[in-house]
Structure formats: structure tokens, C-alpha cells
Design a protein around this ligand. Structure first.
Ligand code: PLP
Length: 478
């Protein structure tokens, strides 16, 4: 039977993706352009694109068009690495501090950075609306907008919770200097020095640093790099240890990118409510989702106010404005008091700039564009890792955020790799940063949201080459 026109067109386009002419994450030619170039009807082009979508070669992104997809990952996800059992002191080594400062060097390709590319944010618009709002500001508001924060802003934040399908009263929201302050105020509100806090393994280094600074002890909970905290194992730990708080990140965790299923989030919240243990929830990456909707936070399942939800606009809208918040449930008043006692409030200009974005709704448009760009970069980064890293490498493919968590073959030392890569102008975040010991010594977190696409691909290629060399050396020496 003769092939239909749209099938021929689909085969041709598919071969452009398979042979790398169109890279994963790249936009497919528009329908209009294909109609003009091929002299076919729009419906033939649509049929061809629908077919390619069914074949898994391309994907439609809402309001953005069709994009080439990476072939399904033949690379396995990293394994669960079991933490050491028992409570432990957390001490951030000089090495970690040294690595973190090396990530700030502007001359390196920042695969180790925790920030996305600042060029992805509407900085000019923010500056403009901030200046306009400040010019119109009634003098008394300068004081009225101090802690717990601008009332309209807190109302807008509360409305965003409503849009996600659950209610948080505006009065319970305290505006903070970024999520980091929200998280540490929450931690201070529910612990005293020497207390035990359950954390993920691996964990965000900001969490480890906070525990170190506040003289708290850590209890590491087994955490799967794909579906997160193992709630049944946490339940056993809670039966044996006097845990005073948990600090977890159920959505797009840093560094693994895991996303806990809603059922696990619910089970976690119920378990902690039974034990009357607060959950400090870090939710800074949730807006950067690639799926159909924002994943729910654990807070959505909170019936008794034990969840202290912390987030910010640092990763999604306004890096450097230091605008975050805590919705701390039954501890809201404690957090408000601590905020007032520590730094009084967040700068009024930052609050007003973000408020303007929330009230006049260009936020959603910006977020849609940001997600599309990050997803395209993830596709590129995944396929570069797949092509260039040695056999035995495992990597997560998170459904949001901008990190890949890469498990290198056992004998490759991520710290050595970091030093070698840095000397060649590329930073990485070695696994050593994410635990109180070197258990993740053969892991590396790569940021695909910062470097320019071409730079990103060549940096991953070079890293892959360094890994392959390291592996050859280790097999030659064995
Ligand atoms: C997981 C995680 N939580 C919290 C923060 C801090 O957010 P903010 O810059 O809003 O203080 C970061 C920033 O790197 C982060 O990666």
C-alpha cells in the first residue's frame, strides 16, 4: 500500500531527529513554514506531527509548538545509597566552603552553580515596576509593609495556594529574605541546640549548613533519587529516635530532582501529625515543572498545621530580590516573632516589585517561557550525558527544576573530577557537598539551567571525557 503524504513527511522529519540534525529540545519547523517549504496542506503537516508525537519522537508544549524529544533514556537512574544509621553531628568542612566559593567564579561554565541563568528572568521589567511602585508609594507604607510583610503581597501568595487547590490564610504567611531565611526561622522556631532533625540523604547543603550553625544533630533518612523520602523507613526511625523536626523537599529536590508521589506526601504528613513532629518543607523549585501542572506540596495534605511550607521567587522570577516566605501553620506566630527579632523585615522595594508581577499576572507568561527553556536544556544535557559519559553512569531525569544527579562509575572520584574540570573552566557540584560524609563521592550534580545551550553541550562533553580518562586510569591501575 502506498504511503500517505503525511507518513512520508513524518518519516523525513523523524530522520532529522534521529540523525541529530534536529537536537533534542529543539523546536520543530512551524506548521506554516513546513506548508510553504513542502507545498503540502496544513492538515498533512498536523497529521505528520500527531504521528511523530505518538511515536515519541516529538512533543507538543502548550502555546510553544512542537519540540524534538531525546530518545527514551537508556541510562538507568542512580541507586539509593543507604545513609549511616544513628544521629550525627554535622560539620561543614573547609573543603565544602572552598567548593562553594569556586562556584561563583564568572569565568567558568557554571555546571556546579545552584542558580539558573539570570538572563532567563525579566530583570528589566522588574526594575521598571519596582521604580514605578516606589515613586507612587505613600510614605506611611514604608513602615506598614515591614514584618510580617506587605498585606497585598501576602494575600496574593495566599491566592496562589488557592489556585493549587488548598487554603492557607494570608495571616499565616510571613514574608522572608529568600527561602533560606524562611527555612532557618522555621527550624529555629521548633528546635533547640542539640536536638535531632531528620534530613534527606543526599540533602541540600544549605540544610546541612543550617544544622551545623544551629548546633543541631542530623538523622539521615533513606531517600530514593526518583521517588524521595522512604516514608516506611522514616516511620521505623521515628519509633527509635526523638526527632524534633524533619526538613524535606518533596518537589524536585536539590540535588537529586526527585518528585515524591502525592500518596507518599500524604502518608508522610499523616505520619508526622501522629507523632506531632513539624515538617519544614522546602518548595523552591515547584514552579519549574515540566508536566501539566504544579506538583502539590506536602502542605496540601496538612490538616493540623504541622507543615511549615517555605518557598521563594529566587529560582522562578526574581533572583537577588531575596523574596521568600513561610506558611508555618500552627507555628506561624512564632516565625513572625522570630523574623521581627532577627532582621525586622524584607526590603519594601523587593516586596512591591514582586507584588506588581503577581497582581498584573505577567508572572504566568514568564513562568511558561522559563519552563519551556529549562526543559529544552534538560533534553540537551541528558543526551550529552548519554553520548559522552562512560558506561556504568546513571542519571536522574527530573520532571522539573534544573539539576541532573549523576552517579559515576564507582571508582571515579567526583572531587578529583571537580578539580580537573575547574582547571579547564568548568565547575561541578561534587556529591561531597550533599552529605555529612563522603558517601556520595562518586556523584555529581550538574546544573543545566545556567550555561548557554552550546556551552552546556561542550562542557558536558569535556566532563564525559575526563570521566572516561579517570575510568581508564582506574582500570589500568587495578
Ligand atoms: C533547595 C534550596 N532551598 C533553598 C534555597 C534558598 O533559596 P533562596 O535563594 O530563596 O534563599 C536554595 C538555593 O539554592 C535551594 O537550592
Amino acid at each position: 500500500m502506498a504511503m500517505k503524504k503525511y507518513e512520508t513527511l513524518a518519516d523525513e522529519l523523524e530522520s532529522l531527529v534521529r540523525n541529530g540534525t534536529l537536537l533534542p529540545g529543539e523546536r520543530m519547523p512551524s506548521v506554516r513554514r513546513t506548508v510553504q517549504m513542502r507545498g503540502v496542506s496544513p492538515s498533512t503537516v498536523f497529521e505528520a506531527y500527531y504521528l511523530l508525537e505518538r511515536r515519541g519522537v516529538i512533543e507538543a508544549r502548550p502555546r510553544s509548538g512542537y519540540f524534538a524529544k531525546a530518545p527514551r533514556s537508556p541510562v538507568a537512574a542512580p541507586e539509593l545509597v543507604r545513609p549511616r544509621t544513628g544521629a550525627r553531628k554535622v560539620e561543614i568542612s573547609d573543603l565544602a566552603v572552598e567548593i562553594l566559593s569556586s562556584l561563583r567564579d564568572r569565568d567558568v561554565v557554571p555546571l556546579g552553580s545552584a542558580f539558573p541563568d539570570p538572563a532567563l528572568f525579566p530583570l528589566e521589567t522588574l526594575a521598571r515596576v519596582m521604580a514605578a511602585r516606589m515613586r507612587r508609594l505613600q510614605p506611611h507604607r514604608m513602615v506598614a509593609d515591614l514584618s510580617p510583610g506587605n498585606e497585598d503581597l501576602r494575600r496574593q501568595l495566599a491566592l496562589r495556594y488557592v489556585n493549587s487547590g488548598f487554603a492557607v490564610p494570608a495571616q499565616d504567611i510571613v514574608v522572608t529574605s529568600g527561602a533560606m531565611e524562611a527555612l532557618t526561622l522555621c527550624l529555629q522556631a521548633v528546635t533547640a541546640p542539640g536536638d535531632l532533625v531528620a534530613i534527606e540523604s543526599p540533602a541540600f547543603y544549605g540544610c546541612l549548613q543550617a544544622l551545623d550553625r544551629l548546633h543541631l544533630r542530623a538523622l539521615e533518612v533513606p531517600t530514593h533519587p526518583v521517588d524521595g523520602v522512604q516514608v516506611d523507613e522514616l516511620a521505623k526511625l521515628l519509633a527509635r529516635h526523638d526527632v524534633k523536626a524533619c526538613w524535606f523537599m518533596p518537589n524536585f529536590q536539590n540535588p537529586t530532582g526527585y518528585l515524591m508521589p502525592d500518596a507518599s506526601k500524604k502518608k508522610l504528613v499523616q505520619l508526622l501529625a501522629r507523632h506531632r513532629i513539624p515538617l519544614i518543607e522546602d518548595d523552591v523549585y515547584a514552579e519549574l515543572y515540566f508536566g501539566a501542572r504544579r506538583p502539590l506540596p506536602a502542605k496540601a495534605f496538612d490538616r493540623e498545621g504541622w507543615v511549615m511550607h517555605c518557598s521563594s521567587f529566587s529560582k522562578s522570577l526574581a533572583p537577588g530580590y531575596r523574596l521568600g516566605w513561610a506558611a508555618a501553620g500552627r507555628f506561624a506566630r512564632d516565625v513572625e516573632r522570630m523574623k521581627l527579632m532577627s532582621t525586622i523585615s524584607v526590603a519594601v522595594p523587593s516586596q512591591l516589585a514582586v507584588l506588581d508581577f503577581l497582581e498584573r499576572a505577567p508572572l504566568e507568561k514568564h513562568l511558561r517561557a522559563l519552563r519551556t527553556k529549562l526543559q529544552a536544556r534538560q533534553d540537551m544535557a541528558m543526551s550529552a550525558v548519554r553520548r559522552n559519559f562512560p558506561a556504568g553512569t546513571r542519571v536522574t531525569q527530573p520532571q522539573g527544576g534544573y539539576f541532573l544527579w549523576v552517579q559515576l562509575p564507582q571508582h571515579i572520584d567526583a572531587l578529583k573530577l571537580h578539580t580537573q574540570a575547574l582547571s579547564q573552566g568548568i565547575s561541578t557540584a561534587p556529591g561531597h557537598l550533599f552529605a555529612p560524609d563522603a558517601r556520595f563521592g562518586n556523584f555529581v550534580r550538574l546544573n543545566y539551567g545556567h550555561a548557554e545551550p552550546a556551552q552546556l553541550q561542550s562542557a558536558i562533553k569535556l566532563l564525559g571525557r575526563l570521566c572516561a580518562l579517570a575510568q581508564q586510569e582506574s582500570t589500568a591501575g587495578a
